[in-house]
Design a protein around this ligand. Structure first.
Ligand SMILES: Nc1ncnc2c1ncn2[C@@H]1O[C@H](COP(=O)(O)OP(=O)(O)OP(=O)(O)O)[C@@H](O)[C@H]1O
Length: 362
């Protein structure tokens, strides 16, 4: 493989007719990074990936690889390869010819391209199936053919659009591990579009959370999990309760908000002085059941749902200011004093577990 290059997006926008799908996003993906573009349907992930690939024109802004501005270069001249969701394999060609296809287009002679295709098939553990057609393979094997076909051009970056979505849950997890291993061994940049938080957490060095055509946060999985930047990220990642309220007091290390329906809560962090309200996040797995602590970080509510998840138990609690406050308890903690739907509980947490969230300026 050739060496990887940094990928940089500088104020890149995509406008379709009158609708803006991507709003002037800026992002740097360091060479050799496994980057996941993560967000709900329609947030602009695929448009962004296609602009990096050159399959979609950029409405404004620049796409830069290393020191080269590639904004107006066609896909084949960018040093990237794309792997599509549907794999887009040719049904009438055997695996060797599928994998060798782009070399054929480049005019590489038959013997050389067959030898290189066989080499790629070997890397993907598909050599025994070289003369089969795609329909004679399992979903996981087809995915590896698509990978081999993308990698044969020796790209600096591989762009993957929902590469695991066609696989069953078991295979998805296995292929996920294979993708990560492959990226590590090749040392090239992978940019992978997904709407699965779990997939992004498992794979990425850099998670880029997108919402309505904007980047809400670009950071390591651990930072996105522990320090979500905005209410959207906290809700989308699903590991935090988000409460919004009026700022009633500011202290040296945090602030108090008052939530509609009652409840005064402290969170660590700051909000701009001009803000009258703030969003705060509380880790679902750091919430306890028990008596109210002296610092008052907690509330009384009624259990509205209990989900047994094996090693964990997820409780949903309703109170005056929210219908859906979540506490994720270890099975041991839950079964030490189990509660049922309809019972009253006191939930509490420690000061470091509630943080002030930022807001995106639109
Ligand atoms: N060719 C197009 N013409 C007009 N609008 C488009 C086109 N492609 C995408 N869009 C719109 O742009 C927005 C972003 O689409 P995009 O496919 O980038 O989102 P996405 O996050 O990848 O979604 P999904 O996960 O559903 O694929 C959507 O509102 C979509 O309807």
């Amino acid at each position: 493989m050739t060496k990887a290059a940094d990928i940089e997006l500088a104020a890149v926008s995509k406008v379709y007719g009158t609708a803006t799908a991507v709003h002037a996003i800026s992002l740097k993906i360091p060479a050799g990074t496994y980057c996941c573009l993560l967000g709900p349907s329609g947030c602009g992930k695929t448009s962004t990936l296609r602009m990096v690939a050159g399959h979609e024109s950029v409405s404004s802004g620049d796409v830069v690889f290393g020191s080269a501005n590639v904004t107006d270069l066609p896909p084949a001249k960018r040093g990237t390869a794309m792997m599509f969701q549907s794999y887009a394999l040719f049904p009438h060609l055997d695996l060797v010819d599928n994998v060798a296809f782009s070399l054929k287009m480049k005019g590489v002679d038959k013997e050389t391209r067959r030898a290189q295709a066989l080499e790629m098939l070997k890397l993907m553990h598909l050599e025994p199936y070289a003369s089969r057609r795609p329909a004679q393979l399992s979903g996981g094997q087809q995915q590896r053919v698509a990978l081999a076909r993308a990698l044969i051009t020796k790209p600096e970056a591989l762009l993957l659009d929902e590469p695991l979505s066609a696989l069953d849950p078991f295979l998805k997890i296995r292929m996920r591990a294979e993708l990560k291993k492959l990226q590590t061994s090749l040392g090239i940049t992978f940019v992978h579009v997904t709407h699965s938080q779990e997939e992004a957490m498992a794979l990425a060095d850099l998670i880029v959370v997108m919402n309505e055509g904007r980047i809400e946060q670009a950071d390591t999985p651990r930072t996105v999990f522990e320090r979500p930047a905005t209410a959207f990220v906290a809700r989308f990642m699903g590991d935090h309760n988000v409460l919004s309220g009026r700022i009633v007091e500011r202290t040296a290390d945090g602030l108090f908000i008052e939530v509609v329906g009652g409840g005064r809560f402290f969170a660590l962090g700051t909000a701009p002085v001009e803000d009258e309200s703030a969003d705060i996040a509380i880790r679902t797995d750091h919430v306890r059941i028990g008596a109210m602590p002296a610092d008052g970080l907690g509330f009384d509510g009624i259990v509205s749902n209990v989900e047994y998840l094996g090693a964990k138990v997820k409780l949903t609690v309703t109170t005056a200011f929210t219908d859906e406050f979540t506490a994720v308890l270890s099975d041991a903690a839950f079964f030490a004093s189990p509660v049922r739907v309809g019972e009253g509980v006191t939930l509490s947490w420690d000061q470091p577990d509630s943080i002030v969230l930022g807001r995106i300026v639109k």
